[in-house]
Ligand binder design. Structure first.
Ligand code: GDP
Ligand code: MN
Length: 382
């Protein structure tokens, strides 16, 4: 779950990361009230989950109530790269001497956490990575060892921040790492992390992605939900307890096992199509689970064809086939289905499916051919 900047800052504050005093509002009067409370000058910031708000005119400095009113009026309702601004965050403005970048994320191939720190902050890190990769100091962190103060200090020195910023940056990085690990985040990013003329280090922006797999440990995350922009398809799938990730294509994918589901998405791509989602229904393929999965896929207006790819292991082919047939009785589908059924008792399963075959339900023996058929039914290769 991606958090808005103001939620990210609230999350940071729990771990002691210094952020500016501020609050969030949905209207102009509320903005003025917050500004009066935190003290002028203030910054009026559009709360949308997209970068480059500054450049798009979604971040403005205001010195008095009239200016807050003017900027709040302009920014509320503004469209920033397709995201309409519903809320604004008002915070006491900071004086900036230097802008840095800091983040933690997971480097899956290294099987370690990856910290990135740069003296060239404020701009998009992708641009720095492109134009001046040496300006990003990377640090791999063994999850079992964690980040020590000594390692953080060396890292800050390697990034060549202003020596005045060293102590403050080390302190924030240690707290940001705690936020990332103990706070169960997939990503924590501060851009810009600033050094003020008085020598203080401080987070001016916050980008936080919470790891949904850890949500059972965090009942307090519920306050972020609803406000955060969750994909409605993902929300439905979550309510039904399915492992689902929304994608942007038009072939709905259902498979059993995460590995097979990923391979299925890959094969759809390989034959020139585009998967609408990743959906793993897990080991079994009961009518109940299959009906839930089909319902989620059916809720996606982009789906033109559905590709069900099941490899029976412990679950037998005939049980899978019966599950699918029963599920079809419960859900009225908008798109045709292509099924590839293999594994234990696949023959028996296919026999059952044969009785129900039509131009809306097609059984194909191999994964690649089934993918081709589904892509064809979805309107051909893109
Ligand atoms: P983004 O453009 O969406 O990444 O939004 P940011 O929150 O990172 O703000 C963009 C830029 O606005 C920053 O890099 C700063 O240069 C500027 N900015 C944001 N807050 C302040 C502030 O309190 N004071 C000053 N002087 N500039 C700010
Ligand atoms: Mn930023």
């Amino acid at each position: 779950m991606d958090l808005f900047e103001y939620q990210g800052k609230q999350y940071f504050a729990r771990f002691g990361i210094p952020v500016s005093a501020g609050d969030v509002t949905e209207d102009v009067d509320g903005a003025v009230a917050i500004a009066e409370k935190v003290g002028y000058p203030v910054v009026v910031k559009a709360q949308v989950q997209v970068g480059g708000r500054g450049k798009a005119g979604g971040i403005k400095l205001a010195n008095n109530a009239d200016e807050v009113r003017e900027h709040a009026t302009n920014i509320l309702g503004m469209d920033i790269k397709g995201h309409v601004v519903r809320r604004i965050w008002i915070e006491h403005a900071s004086d900036i001497a230097e802008e840095y970048y800091a983040s933690f994320t997971l480097d899956r191939s290294a099987k370690k956490h990856l910290g990135m720190l740069s003296a060239e902050g404020g701009v998009e890190i992708e641009a720095v990575a492109e134009s001046n990769p040496d300006a990003i100091a990377k640090l791999h962190i063994d999850p079992a060892e964690g980040l020590t103060e000594e390692a953080a200090r060396k890292w800050v020195e390697a990034a060549k921040l202003n020596p005045q910023a060293t102590d403050g940056a080390v302190d924030i990085l240690l707290k940001l790492y705690r936020c990332y690990t103990e706070g169960d985040c997939d990503l924590t990013e501060i851009n810009p992390l600033i050094l003020t003329p008085e020598g203080k280090v401080h987070a001016l922006d916050a980008k936080v992605t919470l790891d949904e797999s850890a949500s059972f440990r965090h009942p307090e995350w519920d306050e972020f939900r609803g406000l955060a922009q969750m994909d409605p398809r993902e929300k439905l799938a979550k309510d039904k307890g399915l492992q689902y990730v929304g994608l942007s294509g038009n072939v709905g994918v259902i498979a059993n096992g995460a590995g097979l589901a990923m391979s299925t998405c890959d094969v759809v791509n390989q034959v020139g199509g585009a998967p609408a989602n990743f959906l793993d229904i897990g080991g079994g393929a009961s009518a109940e689970v299959m009906a839930n999965a089909l319902e989620v896929i059916n809720s996606d207006d982009a789906v033109q064809a559905i590709f069900i790819n099941i490899f029976g292991g412990i679950t037998k082919g005939e049980d899978v086939a019966n599950g699918i047939v029963q599920a079809l009785g419960r859900v009225e589908l908008k798109a045709p289905i292509v099924i590839r059924l293999d594994g234990t008792n696949a023959e028996q399963g296919r026999e059952i499916l044969k009785e129900h075959e039509s131009d809306r339900l097609i059984s194909v023996a191999t994964m690649v051919d089934a993918a081709k058929k589904a892509v064809e039914l979805a309107g051909g290769a893109s």
